[in-house]
Design a protein around this ligand. Structure first.
Ligand code: SAH
Ligand code: SF4
Length: 339
């Protein structure tokens, strides 16, 4: 059994390591949820293929490029494009075309992160060549049996792990992460997850608490109380802190799921060792339809409002915003493969 350290001492130690290695400046990425159509059926996710209650949307190329332009002009040094998982030539070419258009005005000053699921090597390569710099693909859990219990039989842990390796070969800054608080997950599993990040030499971590979604097979039976929310938040924060103590120079995001559990959840993530925030820049018309988990914050707000709000929140804890810079993972460049 792993000893359970005092939370305050754990967060303070992680904050000290963060301050020394990556400073007290928060790197910002504008998060654009470009569509909620998904070919996969992960048992925990609100936009899984099998959830018939979701109103599906896909944002068009012009609207995506316009939102990226807004983010660039507003001083976001980076953009994250995320969606359900889609495959095929038409989709690959669609994203490729968008990347080229964004690259025309942003060049390599504007960091582009993709979070579009598992793809083949050729697709990852084409997107990298068209201007993407980073890729986020959470392994969800490093425990293969637990992974199998969270997904249909045709979803493969090995394929997901291999995608992370392919992304590295293609020259991306590679991000992964897990959900903390999954049914059947142990503290030993979470410790092993951090070992997985080390073994795979990961550059960026995006992880957060698992939040049960009532329209999913995994979430529908799970009772929900304020005490549950508090426990999930604390576990998510502990995971950030423990990861920072082990991986000093990676980028760690204070995930929106933290804020879904507590209004100041992301700031608490920063104080536990995270150094990246991803304010939502998706048009308010689509936000409610992209609910991976319930309780997603700021559903009625627009991108301008989120920008101002997040800056105030960061200042309130004595940190500064790294406006206008890409905010790459120092780890990636130390490895010597950076570009
Ligand atoms: N389709 C892409 C990207 C969108 S999903 C992919 O799967 O990689 C992004 C992340 O949302 C997933 O990796 C998962 O970790 C997280 N997520 C999904 N459902 C969740 C839930 N109920 N609670 C917390 N996080 C969830
Ligand atoms: Fe689709 Fe990603 Fe949700 Fe899985 S986690 S159902 S791949 S959007």
């Amino acid at each position: 059994m792993i000893a359970w350290p005092d939370a305050k001492a754990l967060f303070a130690a992680a904050y000290e390591v963060k301050t020394r290695n990556v400073g007290r400046r928060v790197s910002m990425r504008g998060l654009l949820e470009i569509g909620n159509v998904c070919e996969k059926n992960c048992h925990y996710c609100g936009i899984r293929r099998g959830n018939a209650e979701v109103r599906r949307y896909s944002i068009g190329a012009d609207e995506i490029v316009a939102a990226a332009r807004w983010a660039y002009d507003a001083g976001y040094g980076s953009l994250v494009m995320q969606s359900g998982e889609l495959s095929g030539e038409a989709h690959t070419a669609f994203i490729e075309g968008i990347l080229r258009r964004i690259h025309e005005f942003g060049g390599d000053d504007f960091g582009i992160t993709l979070s579009l699921g598992e793809q083949d090597e050729e697709t990852y390569r084409r997107w990298r060549e068209a201007g993407a710099h980073r890729y986020l693909l959470r392994i969800e859990t490093s425990n293969r049996e637990l992974y199998a219990s969270l997904h249909p039989a045709d979803h493969s842990w090995e394929r997901r792990r291999d995608c992370l390796r392919t992304l590295r070969r293609c020259g991306y800054q590679v991000g992964t992460g897990v959900m903390a608080g999954l049914p059947g997950q142990t503290v030993e599993d979470l410790a092993a997850d951090i070992g997985f990040f080390v073994a795979e030499d990961i550059d960026m971590i995006g992880m957060g608490p698992y939040i049960p979604h009532p329209q999913t097979p995994l979430g529908k039976g799970i009772p929900w109380t304020p005490a549950d929310a508090a426990a999930r938040l604390e576990l998510g924060l502990r995971m950030i802190a423990a990861t920072r103590l082990r991986l000093h120079d990676v980028n760690i995001a204070a995930a929106t799921a933290l804020q879904a559990l507590e209004p100041d959840g992301r700031e608490r993530g920063l104080l536990a060792g995270a150094n990246v925030m991803m304010p939502n820049i998706t048009d308010a018309a689509h936000r409610a339809d992209y609910q991976l988990y319930p309780g997603k914050p700021c559903l009625g707000e627009n991108a301008t409002l989120c920008r101002g709000c997040v800056e105030e929140r960061i200042k309130s804890i004595g940190e500064e915003v790294n406006w206008g810079v890409r905010g790459d993972s120092p780890h990636f460049f130390k490895r010597g493969t950076g570009q």
